[in-house]
Each structure stands twice: as C-alpha cells, then as structure tokens.
Design a binder for this molecule. Structure first.
Ligand SMILES: NC(=O)c1ccc[n+]([C@@H]2O[C@H](COP(=O)([O-])OP(=O)(O)OC[C@H]3O[C@@H](n4cnc5c(N)ncnc54)[C@H](O)[C@@H]3O)[C@@H](O)[C@H]2O)c1
Length: 332
C-alpha cells in the first residue's frame, strides 16, 4: 500500500523511516512546508517527494500520516476525510474541544477511520500493566504514578502552539491511565513551576507540571511532567493495588540512580522518545496499515483523543485558577 506523510520534522522524519521499513508499505510519499528538509528525508528513506498536500492527495495514496505541527492537524484530518482516506494523526486533533468535536463530526460523516498517535498503547510494558489490571491481578487500585520527563525542552518556537505541558506531554499519561484502568477521570487538581528558560512563562506555560486525577471508582493518579530531566527520558507508570504493584518503563535503561548504591538500572539511560518507544511506533504504524486494509478498527480513536484532551483542559484550568476542576466543567 501507499502512504502519504505530511510533516518531516522531529517525529515525522522518524515516522518516515519506520513506514519505509514496513513490509506492508510499498510506496511512501511525503511533503513538508520546508521542502529542503522533506527532500533530505525522502532521499534517506527512498520516498517520493511532492511539493504540497494537494499533490500528495492526488498521488494514489491509501492512507495519510499527519506529523505536521498541532495547529494544522484539524485541516489535514478534514482533507483526508474529504478524500475518503484513513488518517493517522499525531495528537492532538485540534487545540480545543470545540474544534476537535467539529473535526470528529466530519470524519464520522465521511466514514473514514482515524487513528491517534498515542503510542504507549503499543508499548509492551503498558500492555502488560493493562492486562494485569484487566485480570484483577493487582486487586483494587489505590494509586497510579505516571511521569513524562523530557531530558531537554523542544525549540522555543514549539512552545506557544504546543497547548501547554498538560496538553502536550501529560496528555499521553491521561490517555494511558484511561486505557489501562478502563475508568474515566472525574476531577483534576494541578499545579506547575518555571525554573528553566523564560520562554515557557512568556507563553503562559510551565516547564514542570503535576496533576492529581480522581478516577470514577475513587482511584488516585498522580501525573508529573517536566521539560528538564537531565538524567534522561523518563516515562513510567506505577500501578499500585491492594494485591500488588506493577510498573511500566522500569527497565535497565530507566534514567534512575539508586541512592543506596544498588547497581541497577545498569544500562544507558533513554535519551529520547524515539529510543524509548521505537518498538511501539513500529507497532502503531503497522496497526494503521491494518486499519487501512480494513482488518481492524482504529485502536486509538478520535473520541479517545477528545477524552484525554478534556482531562488536559481540566488540568490547565486547575493550574491557572488554583482549584480542583470537575470534568463536567470542561466537557460543556
Ligand atoms: N507521539 C509522540 O510521541 C510525539 C512526539 C513528538 C511530537 N508529537 C506531535 O507531532 C507533531 C509534530 O511535532 P514535531 O516535534 O515533529 O514538530 P517539528 O516542528 O519538529 O516538525 C513539524 C514539521 O512540519 C512542517 N510543517 C509545518 N506546517 C506544515 C504544513 N502546513 N504542511 C506540511 N508541513 C508542515 C514543518 O516544516 C516541520 O518540518 C506535534 O503535533 C506534536 O504534538 C508527538
């Protein structure tokens, strides 16, 4: 099958390599506003380069992967739906809830599948935790601790359109907590701090955030995120229950050091999301090929992305207004 890819920046260039290596993909067409960047990626992976999205849509593609910046996702999902093409979209669909709902309605009218890029759903550790919760191995859950810690901030221009740390980083935790537990979030209480560069505060954002979620069965989940984790890329989920605890992301490459001098984790710390989730990115794009072929329904729907965005909206409002925010308040 032939796949079209829009955007060849950080994640797009990585997806281009992954897609080019999938046995099911025999043609890759890509475009980027920055044609020089797209050209170098096309040459590296052996893809066809086209000048714009309109040309991409006429290039005989079977599905579209959207890895352009957040503000253009909604238009690109709309264009894919209007062309009758299944779409894979990096989060979020749109920066706000109203925009997300409008796009979802158009995709539903067109009847085209939409898969969102919450790759943790394809990570072996997170899948094992979900399986244990579903089999009731851990008993009833009392505490979840999730972290998304980037080693260094993205470029400064990225921050003003990123949606803020909860919509950009913690949204992955919000999605995976819903997916692992099968529960919905009912309330969020969040805070944040700025001890790094000034461009976060200038954009009304924080470089470090923490959100306490209450789930609909009373389970508490604590989610932290930072842009300045010098030890490495640290993404984990600890799920603690009345009968046991299971952790995703606690392997030899976890960027942790024991204060007791234990010689573990012994490996080189993860440096980036590409290293940490390489296998998950391959699995999610392999699944997208199955979605295109009609062999499976979207494993991460637009409605899932909307729910995670609502939790992020509640966290953002809670941080700004210094108060707990119920989900129905942001659901509208
Ligand atoms: N799932 C994940 O782990 C993950 C990780 C990083 C980023 N993301 C998401 O991926 C998206 C891209 O992030 P990034 O870090 O790769 O950004 P980036 O800025 O590195 O790259 C974006 C690319 O899109 C191009 N572009 C901009 N407007 C365009 C348009 N209208 N048409 C075509 N190309 C256009 C830019 O020239 C650039 O090359 C964001 O929405 C982000 O939230 C997801």
């Amino acid at each position: 099958m032939r796949i079209g890819l829009v955007g060849t920046g950080r994640i797009g260039a990585f997806h281009a390599e992954t897609l080019a290596g999938l046995p099911k993909v025999d043609g890759l067409v890509l475009t980027d506003l920055d044609q020089a960047r797209a050209q170098s990626v096309a040459e590296k992976v052996g893809a066809q380069l086209v000048p714009d999205v309109a040309t991409l849509l006429r290039a005989g593609i079977d599905g579209m992967v959207i890895a352009a910046p957040t503000p253009v996702h909604a238009d690109l999902v709309r264009l894919a739906a209007a062309a009758g093409l299944p779409a894979f979209c990096e989060k979020p669909i749109a920066p706000d809830v109203a925009g997300t709902r409008a796009v979802l309605a158009e995709a539903a009218d067109a009847g085209t599948p939409l898969q969102m890029g919450f790759q943790r759903r394809f990570d072996a550790g997170y899948r094992a935790v979900r399986d244990a919760v579903r089999r009731n191995v851990l008993g009833w859950l009392h505490t979840l601790r999730a972290c998304t810690s980037d080693p260094a901030p993205p470029h400064a221009d990225y921050i003003p359109t990123s949606g803020g740390i909860f919509r950009d980083c913690s949204v992955h935790d919000f999605d995976i907590i819903r997916w692992v537990t099968g529960r919905e979030v009912v309330e969020v209480y969040a805070t944040g701090g700025n001890r790094g560069e000034s461009f976060f505060a200038a954009a009304g954002d924080v470089d470090t955030g923490a959100a306490v979620l209450t789930l609909d069965d009373g389970t508490i989940a604590v989610c932290t995120a930072t842009r300045y984790n010098g030890a490495g890329y640290d993404v984990r989920l600890e799920v603690c229950g009345s009968a046991g605890t299971l952790v995703a992301g606690l392997d030899d490459n976890a960027p942790l050091v024991s204060a007791e001098g234990a010689g573990w984790p012994a490996g080189r710390p993860y440096g980036s999301f590409m290293e940490r989730f390489r296998a998950a990115y391959v699995a999610e794009l392999t699944a997208f090929c199955d979605v295109i072929a009609g062999r499976m329904a979207s494993p991460c729907s637009g409605e899932d992305a909307l729910e995670a965005l609502l939790v992020a909206d509640a966290a953002d409002r809670s941080r700004r207004e210094h108060r707990p925010v119920r989900l129905e308040e942001v659901r509208g």
